[in-house]
Design a protein around this ligand. Structure first.
Ligand SMILES: Cc1cc2nc3c(=O)[nH]c(=O)nc-3n(C[C@H](O)[C@H](O)[C@H](O)COP(=O)(O)OP(=O)(O)OC[C@H]3O[C@@H](n4cnc5c(N)ncnc54)[C@H](O)[C@@H]3O)c2cc1C
Ligand SMILES: NC(=O)c1ccc[n+]([C@@H]2O[C@H](COP(=O)([O-])OP(=O)(O)OC[C@H]3O[C@@H](n4cnc5c(N)ncnc54)[C@H](O)[C@@H]3O)[C@@H](O)[C@H]2O)c1
Length: 625
C-alpha cells in the first residue's frame, strides 16, 4: 500500500501515526538480530517503516533484501530510500525493479551525500544530479507504481548558504521536487520546534501542500546524542542541555530525561494546529528501547489497540528456528543469549558496541563523514608536508593543544589525562593514536574521571590502544608484543590483510561494570568482526582528510600515502592490574643496548620526525629476535 493512502486513512480516523527508520546493519549477525527486533517492534504499531540506502550504493543488496523481508515476511509497509550518489542509471533501475518485485510501493528519493573519499558531491557519469531527477525518473518509468517521498531540511541543507537568498533558493528547489511528483516530505532531525514551525510556514507559503512527516531522533545516550547533533549541526534548545548536562554520566538517566524532552517536543508538534503535522517518523538507529519509551511516554491514541499480535511462527533468524517457546522462555539459555531481553544491546552503549547488535555501526546508514570544511581543516591542521608534521598533530592533540583530529571530534576525555605523556610519545615515535583507554581496577561508578553507570557500582577497564602504523614499524612491534602473552592485538591494512595473536573470534571485554542488583554490564568489547567493519571507516576518515587538500598537493599525497600504507592496530593489555604494561612494547623511555631496545638518539630522531631514520633504525637494530 502507498504511504499516502495510509496517512489519509489515519487522518480520516482522526488518529496520529508514527513510523520507524532502520538501517542495514554492518554485520551478518547484526542483520539476523535486526529481523527479530523489527518483528517485535511491529507490535509498537508503526504505520510503516523505512530502510536507509548505504552511501554510494554500498550495501544496496542488503537494503533491498531488508525491504523484501519486512514487506513480504514481517508484513510491514516499507519505504525504501534510494540515492543518486555513485548510482549509474542501470543501478537505479535494478533497485527500483527489485523494490517493485518485492511489493514495496514507496521510495524516498534522495541525492545522497558525497561519495567515499570526497568532500564535495559530484554526479556519476550517466547518473542523476539531484533528487528531483530521481523523482522525475521514477514517475516516468514506473507511472503509478510508487509513492515518492523527498527530504526537507528545517534548518537548511548544509550545502545551501544560510542567507535569505540561500533559504529562498532551497525552498524553490523543494517546490521543484514537489512539482515533479513528490507525495510527501520527510524532514531532517531537529530539536527546536520554533525552527520547524517557521520552516513549515515557509513551505506552505511556497505553495507546497503535501504532508510533512517530521524526523524525530530519540535521545538514546549522551554519546550518540552528541555525535548526531554535531555531525548534522543540529540546533539544540538550551533547556535540553540544562536537563541533560547534570545526568550525562549515567546513560540510563540520559535516556529517561531525553525521552521526556523529546516527548514534550512531539506533543508540541502534534498540538500545533497551524503546522497541521499529524505523525512522527522515528529514527530508531536500529534500537528498540528509545522508540518504545518515547511512544509509552506519548501514550498516543490508537497505540497497541490497533495491532493484532503476529501468529507464532519460527524466527526469521535461522539459528533460532529451533526455539520452541517464545517469547518468554527459551529452550536453550546459551543459544538464546541475545534474545533474553529485548534490550540486551541498549545500555550503556559503549564506545563501540557488540557487532552482533543491529545498532552496530549506526552511522553507516549515512555516509562516513569527517564533517569538516577545508577552511576548518587548514586552520586546525595546517598543510602537513612530512610524516613528522602529521605525528606532531597527533601528539599535540593528546597533550590537549589541538581540539580535533579527523578521528577524534572531541578533545581527549578526562580519563586520558593519566596516560597523556605516553600517548604523545607514541605519536612522536610514529604510532598515530586514534583511541585509547587506561587500565582501571575497580573504581567507584561515581568516580569523576573513570565512573559511569548507576550509583553504587565499580568499574574495570583493560588498557587499550588503537593507532595507525607503517608496516616497517609494525613488524618489530608485533615481535615485541608476542613476547608478552597478556597482550592481544589485531592489525589490518586498508586492503584487509589481518594479523592477530588472538585465538578466539569472540568478544574480549575491555570495559565492564559491577552494579547492585544487575548482571555485569560490558559496554566495550574488542573483537575481529567489529574491528574489520570499523577499519573501513577509519581509513575512509583519513582519505577524507586528504581530500580536503587540493589534488596534487603535498599534503593530500602525504596523508593518502599514510592511509594506503599503514596498518590500523589495536592492542589490549589483558592484565588490568598492570596499568603500564600496555606501553611496554613501545619502549617509550628505553635506550638501545643492541638487545631489543631503541638505540640512543632514536627517540630524539623520531621526535624530530625523521621517519626514514626511524624505520631504518628500528628495523636494523631497534628490534631483536
Ligand atoms: C529523511 C532523510 C533521510 C535520508 N536518508 C539517507 C539515506 O538513506 N542514505 C544516504 O546516503 N543519505 C540519506 N540522507 C541524507 C541526504 O542524502 C543528504 O542530506 C543529501 O545531501 C541531500 O539529499 P536531498 O535528497 O535533499 O538532495 P537534493 O534535493 O538534490 O538537494 C541537495 C543539495 O542541492 C540543492 N538542490 C536541490 N535541487 C537542486 C537543483 N535542481 N539544482 C541545484 N541544486 C539543487 C539543495 O538545496 C541541496 O543543497 C537522508 C536525509 C534525510 C533528511
Ligand atoms: N576496535 C573496534 O572494533 C572499533 C569499532 C568501532 C569504533 N572503534 C573506535 O571507537 C571510537 C569511537 O568511539 P568513541 O566515540 O568512544 O571514541 P572517542 O573519540 O571519544 O575516544 C575514546 C577514548 O579515546 C581517547 N582518545 C580520543 N582520541 C584519541 C587519540 N587520538 N589518541 C589516543 N586516545 C584518544 C579519548 O580520550 C577517549 O578516552 C573510534 O574513534 C574508534 O577508534 C573501534
Amino acid at each position: 500500500m502507498k504511504i499516502t493512502e495510509k496517512l489519509q486513512k489515519a487522518e480520516r480516523e482522526g488518529r496520529p501515526y508514527w513510523s520507524f527508520e532502520f538501517f542495514p546493519p554492518r554485520t551478518a549477525q547484526g542483520l539476523q538480530n535486526l529481523y527479530d527486533r523489527i518483528e517485535r517492534m511491529r507490535n509498537l504499531g508503526p504505520e510503516f517503516i523505512d530502510i536507509t540506502w548505504g552511501a554510494g550504493g554500498k550495501n544496496a543488496d542488503l537494503t533491498s533484501s531488508l525491504v523484501q523481508v519486512c514487506q513480504e515476511t514481517i508484513g510491514l509497509e516499507c519505504c525504501m530510500h534510494l540515492c543518486c550518489t555513485e548510482m549509474p542509471k542501470e543501478k537505479v533501475e535494478w533497485a527500483l525493479a527489485q523494490a517493485k518485485a518485492h511489493g514495496c510501493q514507496n521510495i524516498l528519493a534522495l541525492r545522497g551525500d558525497p561519495p567515499h573519499g570526497s568532500s564535495t558531491w559530484k554526479p556519476t557519469p550517466g547518473g542523476f544530479h539531484n533528487a528531483v531527477d530521481l523523482v522525475k525518473h521514477i514517475h516516468k518509468n514506473y507511472p503509478g507504481d510508487f509513492c515518492v517521498a523527498v527530504a526537507g531540511f528545517p534548518q537548511g541543507h548544509p550545502e545551501t548558504p544560510d542567507t535569505p537568498d540561500g533559504r529562498h533558493q532551497e525552498m524553490l528547489w523543494l517546490k521543484e521536487k514537489v512539482d515533479a511528483g513528490a507525495d510527501f516530505i520527510f524532514t531532517q532531525m531537529f530539536y527546536d520546534t520554533d525552527i520547524l514551525f517557521d520552516w513549515v510556514r515557509r513551505v506552505r507559503a511556497a505553495g507546497i501542500t503535501i504532508p510533512i512527516v517530521p524526523g524525530i531522533m530519540p535521545i538514546q545516550n549522551w554519546e550518540k546524542f552528541q555525535t548526531w547533533v554535531k555531525r548534522e549541526k543540529i540546533v539544540v534548545p538550551p533547556h535540553f542541555y540544562d536537563a541533560l548536562n547534570p545526568v550525562k554520566g549515567d546513560d540510563e538517566k540520559v535516556r529517561a530525561v531525553g525521552t521526556k524532552l523529546v516527548a514534550e517536543m512531539c506533543r508540541t508538534i502534534l498540538g500545533n494546529k497551524e503546522a497541521g503535522i499529524k505523525g512522527l517518523h522515528i529514527y530508531t538507529l536500529n534500537l528498540e528501547k528509545g522508540a518504545r519509551m518515547l511512544l509509552d511516554e506519548l501514550q498516543l491514541e490508537g497505540r497497541r489497540e490497533q495491532i493484532a499480535p503476529l501468529p507464532w511462527r519460527p524466527s526469521l533468524t535461522p539459528h533460532r528456528r529451533t526455539e520452541s517457546i517464545r517469547p518468554i522462555f527459551w529452550a536453550n539459555r546459551v543459544q538464546s543469549y541475545l534474545s533474553r531481553t529485548d534490550d540486551w544491546d541498549e545500555f550503556p552503549n559503549g564506545r563501540w558496541g557488540d557487532s552482533r547488535s543491529p545498532a552496530y555501526g549506526d552511522l553507516d546508514g549515512y555516509p562516513v563523514s569527517i564533517g569538516i570544511s577545508p577552511a576548518e581543516a587548514y586552520s586546525l591542521w595546517g598543510h602537513p608536508t612530512t610524516f613528522s608534521d602529521v605525528a606532531g598533530l597527533f601528539a599535540r592533540f593528546c597533550r590537549g593543544e589541538l581540539l580535533k583530529l579527523p578521528w577524534s571530534s572531541q578533545p581527549p576525555a578526562s580519563e586520558t589525562s593519566v596516560i597523556t605523556e605516553q600517548l604523545a610519545k607514541m605519536n612522536e615515535l610514529g604510532f598515530l593514536t586514534i583511541n585509547s583507554q587506561p587500565a582501571v581496577d575497580g573504581v567507584r561508578s561515581d568516580d569523576k574521571v573513570h565512573g559511569w553507570g548507576p550509583e553504587g557500582g565499580y568499574i574495570y577497564q583493560k588498557a587499550y590502544l588503537e593507532f595507525f602504523v607503517s608496516p616497517e614499524l609494525l613488524s618489530p612491534l608485533i615481535r615485541r608484543i608476542e613476547r608478552d602473552p597478556r597482550i592481544t592485538y589485531y592489525a589490518v591494512n586498508r586492503t584487509g590483510d589481518l594479523r592477530t595473536n588472538t585465538h578466539s573470534e569472540g568478544p574480549n571485554a575491555v570495559t565492564w561494570g559491577v552494579f547492585p542488583g544487575k548482571e555485569i554490564i560490558q559496554p566495550t568489547i574488542v573483537e575481529a568482526v567489529s574491528f574489520i567493519a570499523w577499519k573501513d571507516e577509519a581509513f575512509e576518515l583519513g582519505l577524507q582528510w586528504a581530500s580536503l587538500y587540493p589534488e596534487d598537493s603535498p599534503s593530500r599525497k602525504l596523508i593518502e600515502d599514510i592511509m594506503n600504507n599503514s596498518y590500523l592496530v589495536n592492542i589490549v593489555a589483558n592484565d588490568f592490574k598492570d596499568g603500564a604494561g600496555v606501553f611496554a612494547p613501545f619502549m617509550l623511555d628505553q635506550k638501545d643496548n643492541g638487545n631489543g631496545h631503541v638505540a640512543d638518539g632514536v627517540v630524539a630522531g623520531l621526535v624530530n620526525g625523521v621517519k626514514d631514520a626511524v624505520n631504518g633504525l628500528l628495523n636494523g637494530n631497534g628490534d631483536s629476535h
